[in-house]
Design a protein around this ligand. Structure first.
Ligand code: NAP
Length: 280
């Protein structure tokens, strides 16, 4: 039976460490959150982030904007937060309401406050192997593998999903750690033939039941990034957990795997932003 990669338990430890480090700063870090519109999942995510920050002694200020906010008003808020000396990190909760373009908004962020690592400069630094921040979900995956002593060097890391949020940056991080990476997507031919070669298999497709037992090499580490809502509201990943559990060497649950790690890694970035800015 696969070892459970317990992201929830590891996140508790990481948060305790972050709390200690934040308390050692002369002034607690400050995260500004920008939430435009009424998207229900976004409201839940933002409340979760506020709670996480409070647990770790990180201050937050949440700017709630109506769905009808204009691009100019949004950009002017970002400009104000960029110049606010008390603000260490800025997070723009996505998706933005219809009619707003997220790209210019993310590009307007001061790169040193871009704790989601979405700004092109930070994405570029990551691609060059000189990251300022690590994108939260890929960083969470790595922290989890490291905590369970799952080696990356020389291993075949197969990732399903090539998004800018998860798959692409994770491919860069695995490469930087000497993994051999195969990045798969919806046009990949014979996906099972590739996944069966994986020592580390990461699925971030957002397709419940995509990863079946016959797609997993016995003993492989399987990381399920996806968060799919079943019709009854239940959260599931991409991996057929009960079928894959007897085959994999280790496996993340959903929920309680990558999700809590992503949240903890955001807090790490806020702490890092506070440190970097105060060192200037
Ligand atoms: P996304 O932008 O929709 O990207 C999905 C990727 O999966 C795309 O590259 C797509 O290929 C590929 N894909 C879709 N169906 C496929 C299939 N049948 N076979 C192979 N590849 C397939 O999604 P995302 O933002 O990266 O998020 C992915 C999942 O992770 C979602 O469930 C999301 O909720 C979850 N997520 C979780 C966390 C967390 O903290 N746990 C954080 C972020 C995201 P194409 O490029 O060809 O379209």
């Amino acid at each position: 039976m696969a070892v459970k990669l317990d992201g929830a338990a590891l996140a508790v430890k990481l948060k305790a460490q972050i709390r200690e480090e934040a308390a050692a700063l002369t002034r607690p870090p400050m995260l500004a959150v920008v939430l435009a519109g009424e998207d229900p999942p976004s409201q839940i995510y933002v409340r979760g982030k506020e709670r996480d920050c409070a647990e770790c002694g990180i201050r937050t200020q949440t700017h709630r904007l109506p769905a009808a906010v204009s691009q100019e008003e949004l950009l002017s808020l970002i400009d104000r937060l960029n110049r606010d000396e008390d603000v260490d990190g800025i997070l723009v909760q996505l998706p933005l309401p219809e009619g707003l373009d997220f790209r210019p908004v993310l590009r307007a962020l001061a790169p040193e406050k871009d704790v989601d690592c979405f700004h092109p400069l930070n994405a570029g630094l990551l691609a060059l192997g000189e990251p300022r921040f690590l994108p939260c979900t890929p960083a969470g995956v790595l922290e989890l593998l490291d905590a369970y002593d799952i080696p990356i060097r020389g291993r075949h890391c197969v990732i399903i999903g090539r998004s800018h949020l998860v798959g692409r940056p994770l491919a860069q991080l695995f490469t930087a750690r000497d993994g051999t990476v195969t990045l798969c997507h919806s046009r990949t031919q014979d996906l099972p033939a590739l996944t069966r070669q994986a020592d580390i298999l990461v699925s971030a497709a957002g397709r419940a039941g995509l990863v079946t037992a016959d797609m997993v090499k016995p003993g492989a580490a399987v990381v399920d990034v996806a968060m799919n809502r079943a019709p009854g509201g239940k959260l599931t990943g991409d991996v057929d957990f009960p079928a894959v559990e007897p085959v994999a060497g280790s496996l993340t649950p959903v929920p309680g795997g990558v999700g809590p790690m992503t949240r903890a890694c955001l807090l790490q970035n806020v702490l890092r932003a506070a440190r970097l800015r105060r060192r200037r």
